[in-house]
Ligand binder design. Structure first.
Ligand code: NI
Length: 184
């Protein structure tokens, strides 16, 4: 089991678009396993590769500890592409392991359809709703250098500005390993 320090708001890799995965080798399989370990250790439900310092287009999701989602198997989405978003939007409170302790309501489409590759490099397509759709959209944003805090209203942005600066300086208590200082 390997726990990797999680990159934090301000780290350059989290602000950049990730690169597509070209082939699944043993190194990538190990990375995926480590990402699950790292996410579980931090009690997270989703984690993108750039959150563990890897510039690749993939993320992992595990909602099996969430009430109502016990039957949903942990999933890895490699080179995901959101192909459909519902017109209907819902507001759900989001948090992020790279933005510790900060939570905010975010309005996003309720349902999403995503195409991706699995670890056998087989093409898959999933239609997700509610929380599952939410986590997919949140993680997908990471792959394009976006945070949930980029999607909140202007007033709320002003309100969290100071918190984000503190997080950037690591002036926040976390109970999982994070990068020690801003990676620029
Ligand atoms: Ni996040």
């Amino acid at each position: 089991m390997s726990i990797i320090p999680i990159t934090i708001y301000g780290d350059k890799i989290l602000k950049e678009k990730t690169k597509p995965v070209n082939d699944i080798d043993s190194k990538l399989i190990k990375l995926i396993k480590d990402m699950f370990d790292t996410m579980h250790n931090a009690n997270g439900i989703g984690l993108a590769a750039n959150q563990v310092g890897i510039d690749k287009s993939l993320f992992v999701i595990d909602l099996s500890d969430v009430e109502g989602y016990e039957k949903l198997k942990p999933v890895v989405m490699i080179n995901p592409k959101i192909v459909l978003l519902s017109d209907e939007k819902i507001s759900i409170e989001e948090g992020c392991l790279s933005v510790p302790k900060l939570r905010a309501e975010v309005l996003r489409p309720k349902m999403v359809k995503v195409d991706f590759f699995d670890t056998d490099m087989k093409e898959q397509s999933i239609e997700a709703d509610e929380l599952f759709a939410r986590v997919i959209q949140h993680e997908y944003d990471h792959l394009f250098g976006k945070f949930f805090t980029d999607r909140i209203g202007e007033q709320m942005k002003k309100r969290v500005k100071k918190d984000l600066q503190e997080i950037r300086k690591r002036k926040v208590d976390v109970d999982y390993p994070i990068t020690e200082k801003e990676l620029i």
